[in-house]
Ligand binder design. Structure first.
Ligand SMILES: [Zn+2]
Length: 378
């Protein structure tokens, strides 16, 4: 046990170099060419440790990378994403850097350090055993940050063939808790049509879509039920053309989240039944919950319990967390495949400019991942 961890601890600075290479290859979700460049780099890295790589080519998204490693038993699926929320050129103002034991840079925490840890976990297992003790499939998708539209079928198909799914998303909090439940996530688009008119000459003929939307938003606010784990957040609103025009159109994009699967239909009915307060307006709602919630399940908790025991053997107390953000683990958990999330880096600032990873934690996170791969039954 010790030797696995000490082996990885010795490789710490190598891991940081590997992370730097990944961060330096910027990979925003919408930039296919950049994603494909990172994909080729990662395919080469996994190739070096004996993985058989194949791409799932995409026309509009980056190609998704699958890596297979032979070994005994039903494969363990290790799930990650290459895309980040950061545009090309972010490195100019937010370069990769190491300071006070942390590695900074766009995508470092979410989730390039997680990918590095997976590479080193697999390598350590090979070094220890001479060969891999377990079959592993790695899937690195390119569209997780924008809803995983093109990768979802691939993720689901591979999950169905796997004994368990380990997700390389960042861990939670400063102690690096794992995630056994996540909210389901979606978005609704609410469009209001009113009657455009000159605000001076014809103000009586105008029907303001903006005012109608404002009333709708107050109704939508009431959908939020924190106890039940439901939130509806109008994150973007648009409407109107000029101050001297009664607005003919206004729209809102609303982020919607639920903790329980049964609330997907409940919330959907709420959104679909929005009716205009002013009968002269039209209200149209589209969208829905695209990512089902990852509910805290027996299978997920069993995996966590195993992880906690393995962490204890490695000398630390692992905690469990429930979070509001979704990941591709939501899809696999909803299929009933045991899924454990948050196995990636310890750090802070996902999607924020201070995004960073605690370097000292990288070896033991990799060790935990390696021990899970060895120990999951099936
Ligand atoms: Zn992520």
């Amino acid at each position: 046990m010790k030797s696995l961890l000490s082996r990885l601890t010795v490789q710490r600075s190598e891991m940081v170099t590997c992370l730097r290479q990944l961060v330096d290859l910027e990979s925003p979700s919408h930039h296919k060419a950049a994603l494909d460049t990172l994909g080729r780099h990662l395919a080469a890295e996994f190739g070096k440790i004996g993985g058989r790589t194949r791409f799932h080519p995409q026309e509009h998204a980056g190609d998704h990378l699958q890596v297979n490693f032979s070994g005994a038993g039903k494969p363990i699926l290790i799930l990650g994403h290459m895309d980040t929320v950061w545009d090309l050129g972010t490195l100019d103002s937010m370069p990769f850097r190491v300071a006070k034991g942390r590695a900074y840079g766009p995508g470092s925490f979410d989730m390039k350090a997680g990918i590095v840890q997976a590479i080193y976990a697999i390598r350590a297992l090979q070094q220890m055993h001479g060969r891999l003790p377990r079959a592993i499939t790695v899937l690195l998708v390119t569209d997780e940050e924008i809803g995983s539209r093109s990768s979802r079928p691939i993720t689901e198909a591979l999950a169905k063939k796997s004994a368990a799914v380990l997700v390389l998303e960042p861990s939670q909090g400063s102690k690096g808790a794992l995630k056994t439940s996540r909210k389901g996530v979606g978005a609704y688009h609410v469009k209001v049509a009113g009657q455009e008119a000159h605000s001076g000459l014809d103000s009586d003929k105008g029907v303001s879509a903006i005012l109608e939307l404002a009333r709708q938003l107050l109704a939508i606010e009431k959908f939020t039920d924190r106890k039940r784990g439901i939130t509806a957040n109008p994150g973007v609103i648009r409407g109107g053309t000029r101050t001297n025009v009664v607005a003919g159109e206004a729209t809102a994009d609303v982020d919607a989240r639920v903790s329980q699967s049964k609330d997907i239909a409940y919330l959907d009915t709420k959104f679909r039944s929005l009716k205009p307060f002013d009968k002269r307006c039209r209200v149209e709602t589209t969208g829905g919950i695209g990512r089902p919630p990852m509910e805290r399940s027996k299978k997920g908790v069993a995996l966590f319990t195993l992880a906690r025991r393995l962490a204890k053997e490695l000398g630390w107390e692992l905690e469990e967390a429930s979070v509001g953000g979704g990941s591709d683990g939501n899809f696999t958990a909803a299929l009933g495949i045991p899924t454990l999330d948050g196995l990636g880096a310890v750090g802070e600032g996902a999607h924020a400019r201070h995004e960073s990873v605690v370097i000292a934690e990288m070896p033991r996170r990799a060790a935990l991942l390696a021990r899970l791969i060895e120990s999951i039954p099936g």
